[in-house]
Ligand binder design. Structure first.
Ligand SMILES: [Zn+2]
Length: 277
């Protein structure tokens, strides 16, 4: 049985068949789902979903995009955001972090970076207050090579520096795309885990991501889909859903040369411990 640790089934892409998508996952080897907040509205919807289904849990968080969209006004929403934290089904703060990639090709300004960092820090303080683990979103400022999974290291370095100011918290680097050298820094911290999404299946043999996966001890890995985005091969290009976490698991089992069942057992117990499920 697998735990899908990062889903966005509150997304409108699931409006017509959300219950079926959830039932499909639970009927076919997914034990629990964590639905992730990535803004005020999606955090509210995540809580509502988790309150509705026994085996759905959730996080609440304001994604770096939120700060890009609302600027300084984002901070006016904090009281409303913090008021959400009464549900017992909230198991983490996230996804929060830094995203320096601007889709239109423009370059992020120092001012925008500073705004993101301020929003990130404020939510880390909140996680500390609530004693909850943190789901990190991190994307560098430009793709190094368009066919590769990775971007520049700038956001990774900044996230790492900021979370190091919070040694009492536990973190997971979600949909990890960092490089091998960066992984060494993460592995040096006892309070950090790494999770992989469907995009690991997009890479050709020999890609750095596979060396990254091999390097990380199985006990430090969690599984996710990040649905509806990043559908793994053989579903690439389609809408992603929690059931497809099995393809991510299969790929990691293959890369690490471990038995699927063993991988399921270890990653599930890691997720249970990390999120206190
Ligand atoms: Zn996400």
């Amino acid at each position: 049985m697998l735990i899908e640790t990062h889903a966005h089934i509150d997304d409108k892409q699931f409006d017509s068949d959300r219950d079926e998508v959830i039932a499909r996952a639970f009927d076919s080897g997914v034990e629990k789902i964590i639905n992730i907040g990535a803004g005020l509205g999606s955090s509210q919807r995540s809580v509502a979903l988790a309150e509705k289904y026994e085996n759905i849990f959730c996080s609440i968080g304001l994604h770096p995009h939120y700060f890009m969209e609302y600027g300084e006004k984002s901070f006016d929403k904090f009281p409303e955001f913090k008021a959400l934290a009464v549900s017992k089904k909230i198991v983490a703060i996230g996804e929060i972090g830094l995203d320096y990639f601007i889709p239109d090709g423009s370059v992020i300004t120092e001012e925008q970076k500073e705004l993101q960092r301020k929003g990130f820090r404020e939510q880390l303080e909140f996680a500390k207050e609530l004693k909850l683990p943190v789901i990190l979103h991190c994307r560098g400022s430009r793709p190094v090579a368009p066919s590769e999974y990775r971007e520049a290291d700038d956001a990774y370095e900044d996230v790492f520096a900021i979370v190091s100011e919070f040694p009492g918290l536990n973190f997971v680097w979600h949909s990890f795309g960092g490089r091998l050298a960066f992984v060494e820094k993460v592995l040096g911290k006892e309070n950090m885990l790494i999770s992989f999404a469907g995009n690991i299946t997009y890479n050709k043999p020999g890609a750095e991501i596979f060396a990254v996966i091999k390097r990380i001890p199985l006990e430090k890995i969690m599984l996710e889909t990040d649905c509806p985005y990043l559908a793994p091969v053989p579903m690439r290009g389609k809408r992603n859903e929690p059931l497809y976490v099995k393809y991510v698991a299969q790929k990691i089992a293959e890369v690490k040369n471990v038995d699927f069942e063993d991988l399921a057992k270890v990653t599930t117990s890691t997720a249970e411990r990390f999120f206190g499920l």
